[in-house]
Design a protein around this ligand. Sequence first.
Ligand code: NAD
Length: 329
Amino acid sequence: MKVLVYSIHNFDKPYLEKASRGKHEFVYTELPLNEQTAGMATGFNAVALLSSDSANASVLQKLNKCGIRFIALRSVGHDHVDLHVASELNIKVANVPGYSPYSVAEHGVALLMALNRKLIEANRLFQKNDFRLDTLVGFDLHGKTVGIVGTGKIGSVFARIMYGFGCQILGYDILENEALKKEIKIQYVKLNELCNRADVICIACPLNENTRHLFNKKLFGEMKKGAYLINIGRGGIVNTVDLIEALENGIVGAAGLDVYENEKPLYFYDRRNMEIKDEIFLKLRSMPNVLMTAHQAFLTREALQGIASVTVQNLDEWQSTGFSRNDLN
Ligand code: NAD
C-alpha cells in the first residue's frame, strides 16, 4: 500500500521502517493532518496518524476526495477521528490496542513518584549545592488508597504496580475487570466514592462523550483534600480551569499530567520560537505542585516497536482482505 505517514518524528520513524521491511511504500511528513494538509494525501491508499493529528468530519471529507480508503492509527486512543463520518465515507479506521500498557502505566507511576518525593525540586536544589531537605517531605505510598478510573489494559497495570507498593486499590469502570479481580484485591466503587476515599487518583480511561470533563468542579468537590491526581488518559477528561482552582484551594494536592486538553497546537514539536498564548496552559505549567510531560507516556522502545508492528499488520490485513483485526468501524 502507498501510505502517507503524518506527524512523523525521529522517535518513531526507524521503528516503522523496520516493521514495514519494504512491504508498503511509506512517504513521511512531519506535518500533522489537518484541514490544510489533508490534500497531501492525493495518490495514496492509506494515511497513518498519531494522536496529535486531527481527522474531524471536514478533514475526512478531504481525505475521501483524495481517494484514501484506510486510516491506520499509531495509537490506542481514537478520539481524534470521527468514526461515524469515516464509516459514512466507507473509510476503514484501525488502531493499535494494547501495545505495551506498561509504558503508559509506568510513566504514570514516574509522575506520581516524582511529585510525591519532590524529585524535580530536589534536583534543582542539589545542583545549587543546597542540600537542605526542609521542603522535600513526601509520604509513604504503602498503606494509601489509590483509585483508578478505567481499569483496562493501562489502568490494570497501574493497579498492579500500586498493589505491589502496598496500596489499597479502588476501581471505577463501566466494566469490571474480572481478570484483575482474581489477581489483586480491588474494590469497585462509584466514582464519587472513589474520589471521597482515594489519596491518589489515576485517570486511565478513553476520552469520549461520557468522559469529557468527567473531572470537573463538582467531582473535585468530592475529593479527599490534598489527593494527588495523575492523568495518563486524555486531557479532555479533566476540566483544566476547574483543576487549577482545585489545585489553588488545596483540594488537589498535586497533579501529574501527561496529557492536556488543548495540547494539539503545542505538543510533539519544538515551540521554542513561538509565543505560547494559551493562558490556561501557562498557568497550569507554572504551578509548583504540577508536573507535566508532553504526551510521552507511550515513549518506550517496546511500545514504539509494538505500535510500528501492529500498524504494519493492520496495513497487511487491509491489503490482503480489506479488513483488519483492529478495525474500529
Ligand atoms: P482499554 O480499552 O484497555 O481500557 C480502557 C478502560 O476504560 C476500559 O476498561 C473501559 O471499560 C473503561 N472506560 C470506558 N469508558 C469509561 C467511562 N465512561 N468511565 C470509566 N471507565 C471507562 O484502553 P487502554 O489501552 O487501557 O487505554 C486507555 C486510554 O489511555 C486510551 O483510550 C488512551 O486515550 C489513553 N492512552 C494514553 C497514552 C499516553 O501516552 N498518555 C498512551 C496510550 C493510551
